[in-house]
Design a protein around this ligand. Structure first.
Ligand code: AMP
Length: 189
């Protein structure tokens, strides 16, 4: 199984590249952000997740890990999974390792998209015009998301680096160029 963790700060292009990788390698794409946004808005879980997401904060690990695991369980007989926006803490990374080990598989690679901070804010403000996401439209919330990324999420790269699974990929350039860099990294594994 090909289990890819697509990593990077908000606005790095994880969603866009996941769509291309999913098609090319015939993978299931799981984005915890998309899963939270697709919950029935009247449910307690959706309201709870939104209360964190709208402020740019991370949803607590216990809830996020449960959501991720139940999403993975919906699929069987697959080539692999792209994890987009998960894991975002080292506790989530540990939980994913344990969960995959029970399924006799493991994370193949973490591909980390590297994009300068100034460009991230611009990209998110641009995306807000079409995404309608409250957390993309407000520069202060974007700043909180980037700070949370730097504090809680960036260390996850170290977690996979210790396992020899981290590959950093330049996330600046055309969508096709970035896709080709990711594809080359996966093909060379
Ligand atoms: P995203 O679509 O990946 O930008 O995620 C949007 C929001 O959903 C984040 O700002 C968090 O509030 C929440 N979220 C998504 N994935 C996670 C995760 N792995 N851990 C905690 N919160 C998450």
């Amino acid at each position: 199984m090909l289990n890819l963790v697509l990593f990077g700060p908000p606005g790095a292009g994880k969603g866009t590249q996941s769509d291309l990788l999913k098609k090319h390698f015939d993978l299931v794409h799981i984005s915890t952000g998309d899963v939270f946004r697709s919950l029935d808005p009247s449910s307690d879980l959706a309201k709870l997740a939104k209360s964190y997401a709208d402020k740019g904060n991370l949803v607590p690990d216990k809830i996020t890990i449960e959501i991720l695991e139940s999403e993975v369980q919906k699929h069987s007989d697959i080539n692999g999974v792209i994890y987009d926006g998960f894991p975002r803490t080292t506790d989530q990374a540990t939980a994913l390792d344990e969960f995959l080990a029970k399924k006799d598989t493991s994370v193949t690679l973490m591909l980390s998209l590297v994009v300068p901070e100034e460009e991230l804010t611009q990209r998110l403000l641009e995306r807000a015009k079409v995404s309608g996401r409250a957390d993309d439209a407000d520069p202060e919330i974007i700043q909180t998301r980037i700070e949370n990324y730097n504090k809680s999420t960036a260390p996850v790269a170290g977690f996979y680096n210790q396992q020899g699974k981290l590959i950093e990929v330049n996330g600046v350039g055309s969508i096709d160029d970035i896709f080709n860099r990711l594809k080359e990294a996966i093909d060379a594994r």
